[in-house]
Write a protein that binds this ligand. Structure first.
Ligand code: ASP
Length: 332
């Protein structure tokens, strides 16, 4: 039978974890081939090329490694794959998804999945998530949707998805917009039409450093004051509420924003930053006056990835435009 080509890469995470000995705790050891063996149905759906590109807990992934995974995925599409699936740890899945989404220049879907329970645990979710991710990767209606995250029967858009629970099976959600779709009886359903996408060029520079700090009550300014001398090229702050800082942090921003891009996001976990509501010192209107950009709907981690990529392709002067577009894209 003429089956479509699908490519799967495993790079680690709980989905690839097993304990080497009782009471030692699980670590990534399971190859992509072994993961695939847990979903025998796959062989009747596609010709699968599966490769193990890494064995890392997702906290230890980095942008250089993700760029090499992206280049592997690009090659798979050139070789005729109708979709690509990547299995990785869930802890930073929202960040890799965003990273890839800014750079994924194909109509074919790039689908990320993982597991909340390792293979050794009762009710392990890895095989079901992998099968669902493959179904999404193979589905015609997944085309022109960029990068998707498939977990626990739901499909999330990369720009909105966040890990919002540390241990639960239902660990991922897309605040405000909700999931892009779902799987039911093996079928892939989308709840919204496709949106136009704006892909960035590959970064020519990868040594830039973008700091991410979180505002907290009665925090000192020591780290903030040293951001420039430490050599950072950009700064993101997870601010209070609608994107606010204390007076002392606001004053420290003056100097920094004259030299490097500064983005203020919200630490709330859902909702946008404001632009024209609060006029107090440290409020968003004051911070914009001091040269900061507001993140809009982008959460602090996604804002940091955008800034890192923009600096990497020398487009940081376009930051405001990209943050605005991010808001537009997130409207259902
Ligand atoms: N708990 C994580 C996971 O779900 C570990 C990791 O992100 O690698 O995969």
């Amino acid at each position: 039978m003429d089956l479509p080509k699908l490519a799967i890469a495993s790079i680690g995470g709980t989905v690839s974890m097993r304990a080497q000995a009782a009471s030692k705790g699980v670590i990534p050891t399971v190859s992509g081939e072994t993961l695939m063996a847990a979903v025998p149905e796959l062989t009747s759906l596609a010709h699968v090329n599966v490769e193990t590109l890494g064995m890392l807990p997702s906290a230890s992934l980095n942008f250089d490694f993700l760029l090499s995974v992206l280049s592997w995925a690009n090659y798979q599409i050139e070789q005729g794959a109708v979709g690509v699936v990547i299995t990785q740890g869930t802890d930073t899945l929202e960040e890799s998804a965003t990273f890839f989404d800014h750079l994924w220049n194909h109509d074919e879907p790039l689908v990320l999945t993982g597991a909340m329970r390792s293979a050794a645990q009762a009710g392990a979710d890895g095989p079901a998530n992998l099968l669902d991710a493959c179904r999404v990767g193979l589905a015609d209606n997944s085309r022109r949707r960029g990068v998707l995250v498939v977990m626990n029967g739901q499909i999330h858009p990369a720009h909105a998805v966040r890990k919002t629970d540390s241990m639960a099976l239902q660990a991922f959600s897309s605040p405000i917009v909700g999931p892009a779709g779902l799987l039911s009886e093996g079928k892939v359903h989308y709840l919204r039409p496709t949106l136009p996408r704006n892909v960035l060029p590959l970064p020519q520079h990868t040594t830039q450093k973008v700091a991410l700090l979180q505002a907290s009550l009665s925090a000192d300014t020591l780290l903030l004051e040293n951001i420039l001398t430490l050599g950072y090229d950009g700064l993101v702050i997870a601010g209070f509420g609608a994107g606010h800082l204390s007076e002392t942090w606001a004053e420290a921003i003056d100097d920094i924003a004259k030299k490097i891009p500064v983005i203020i996001a919200t630490r709330c976990g859902s909702g946008p930053t404001a632009r024209s509501t609060y006029g107090f010192k440290g409020g968003e209107m004051d911070l914009i006056r001091r040269g900061a950009s507001m993140a809009g709907f982008a959460c602090p981690r996604k804002a940091r990835i955008l800034l890192w990529l923009l600096i990497g392709c020398r487009r940081q002067d376009d930051l405001a435009r990209y943050l605005k577009e991010d808001i537009r894209c997130q409207q259902p």
